[in-house]
Design a protein around this ligand. Structure first.
Ligand code: HEC
Length: 112
């Protein structure tokens, strides 16, 4: 009986941590070996805007996800010049892949 309870607790722990990482853009970035964290964090502006500020800016906007995926792939500036002083995001043409960037951006947009 005790072994069963321990096993169930272990399964529950895996389920909880799996769910957390699916929506955590930092964990996804590490998993996909993206360089994003050199310039971004969730809470604070580094070189680029804080990801929670990105989520707030595009909250409820249709098409924001696809636009942002394109932006991350192509790089550029212009939308955050007041925050960043006109810093440029480097292009990400190959790594992470478009699909992986899509997952990271989706997780960014879910931030509150
Ligand atoms: C060299 C630094 C740098 C790296 C590396 C970087 N970013 Fe950025 N990021 C920026 C800057 C600067 C901006 C602001 C661009 C602007 O003003 O439009 C930005 C903006 C963004 C935005 C908002 C774009 C917009 O137009 O509102 C998202 C989303 C984003 N980055 C995600 C990522 C992801 C995901 C990665 C990793 C694959 C990444 N960034 C890597 C510097 C960087």
């Amino acid at each position: 009986m005790k072994a069963v309870i321990v096993a169930m607790a272990a399964v529950a722990a895996v389920m909880v941590s799996g769910a957390a990482s699916a929506a955590d853009p930092v964990a996804l970035t590490k998993e996909f070996k993206g360089d994003c964290l050199a310039c971004h964090s969730v809470e604070k502006k580094l070189v680029g805007p804080a990801w929670k500020d990105v989520a707030a800016k595009y909250k409820g906007q249709a098409g924001a996800h696809d636009m942002l995926v394109e932006k991350v792939i192509k790089g550029g500036k212009g939308n955050w010049d007041k925050v960043t002083g006109g810093q440029v995001m480097t292009p990400h043409a190959a790594k992470p892949s478009k699909e992986e960037i899509g997952k990271i951006v989706a997780a960014i947009l879910e931030l509150k």
